[in-house]
Write a protein that binds this ligand. Structure first.
Ligand code: PLP
Length: 392
């Protein structure tokens, strides 16, 4: 899947005047520091769980104001290991959103638990806290006894409405694992994404706002026991060499990735600020049209991992934009309750109308700090002209 996504990214970037992301330009802007960091690891020949990893864990934890961080091999593994450490597994039920990247619910299913989906809010595209309780109330007694956790996803770079979610978690004694894969640096009522629940899970997939040169992820938490367990699980459940307390995983963050990400973390705030400035420029430009612009909830500091508009004639609009040299992409065209692998869960089209509508209308435009003023003007003109012509 990740391999496939890379190929698509590469192809997308090749033909576009304005690609969806320009990682080469980002690299050029920090080449010397990155190259030095790689050289440092190479000359040390210390590739596994070196000081680079432990420094980076502390730096990320400090950045998001969490007491602890543990580096793992990917954002997906971060969710899996966090759920495992919370003892969620076979037969359990976990509530999450149907409008996210597949890894969110896949992590639940991999552990033998069942995802139960709850529809999203129309404008933030995040799980609708009000609907969570309705779903819980409709559960049978036996289902309720199996319900163990909620995974809110901070989609496109802004937080889900965490206060009511945390209140429900308290009321029904549920764990909360935040999927922050798209939201490092996002804030909800001034508090960092990843620090509300029992664990916050980050992805350093190359296209993320803080992206490595390969896969990587991190779990942050204020619970030292959970952190110790995750540290064990990522090294085959080992407490000391060749003594295995748990059946674990091989899921470590590479020293090379950590070294690269340490350089990038120092730039992150400036990059996020630039993303917000570009998003605001797009918003101003599209305000007088019928394009539905992304809305940051008033309680959120958005990080615009994606700048996502919604239009009725979305596929036509995407094709026209791509033909005009402006990369545009759909995240996500098929909501999770309608994925073939979940047919046995018994969901039908119409079950989550807001998520289904979003999957038909959303379209993400290029937003990253290397865009020039000329690029931004090109995107704005292109979107406005094509929108008018397509009568979207
Ligand atoms: C919302 C969401 N959750 C989980 C993941 C999984 O992260 P990774 O690709 O690092 O495994 C991603 C990244 O693609 C994501 O966007």
């Amino acid at each position: 899947m990740i391999f496939l996504r890379n190929i698509i990214n590469f192809r997308g970037a090749k033909h576009m005047r304005i690609p969806l992301l320009n990682l080469k330009a980002q690299y050029e802007s920090i080449k010397q520091e990155i190259d030095e960091s790689i050289a440092r690891v190479v000359s040390s020949q210390n590739f596994i769980l070196s000081e680079e990893v432990s420094h980076f864990e502390k730096e990320v934890a400090h950045y998001v104001c969490a007491p602890y961080g543990v580096g793992v091999a990917s954002g997906t593994d971060a969710i899996i290991l966090a759920l495992r450490a919370l003892e969620i597994g076979e037969g359990d039920i976990v509530i999450t959103t149907p409008f996210t990247f597949f890894a969110t619910s896949e992590s639940v299913s991999i552990l033998g638990a069942t995802p139960v989906f709850v529809d999203i809010e129309p404008y933030t595209y995040n799980i609708d806290a009000e609907k969570i309780e309705k779903v819980i109330k409709k559960m049978s007694k036996s289902q309720r006894s199996k319900l163990k956790a909620i995974i809110p996803v901070h989609l496109y770079g802004q937080c889900a409405d965490m206060d009511p979610i945390m209140a429900l978690a308290k009321k029904y004694n549920l764990k909360v694992v935040e999927d922050c894969a798209q939201a490092i640096g996002a804030k909800y009522k001034g508090v960092n994404a990843g620090t509300f629940g029992d664990a916050g899970c980050f992805s350093f997939f190359p296209s993320k706002n803080l992206g490595g040169f390969g896969d990587g992820g991190m779990i942050v938490s204020s619970n030292p026991e959970l952190i110790e367990k995750v540290k064990r699980l990522r090294v085959h459940g080992s407490i000391k060499q060749y003594i295995h307390q748990d059946i674990g995983y091989n899921s470590r963050l590479d020293s090379l990735q950590a070294a690269i990400l340490r350089v990038k973390l120092k730039k992150l705030d400036a990059w996020l600020e630039r993303r917000r400035a570009i998003a605001n420029e797009y918003n101003r430009a599209f305000l007088d049209s019928d394009i539905c612009i992304p809305r940051a909830a008033e309680y959120n500091v958005h990080t615009y991992h994606q700048y996502t508009i919604a239009v009725e004639n979305r596929d036509k609009m995407m094709d026209s934009l791509n033909a005009a040299g402006i990369a545009a992409r759909v995240y996500y065209p098929v909501p999770l309750h309608l994925q073939p692998c979940y047919s046995s869960l018994g969901y039908r089209e119409g079950d989550f109308p807001v998520a289904e509508k979003a999957s038909k209308e959303v379209l993400s435009l290029p937003v990253y700090s290397e865009l020039t003023a000329e690029d931004i003007a090109f995107v704005i003109d292109g979107v406005k002209n094509i929108f008018k012509k397509n009568l979207c």
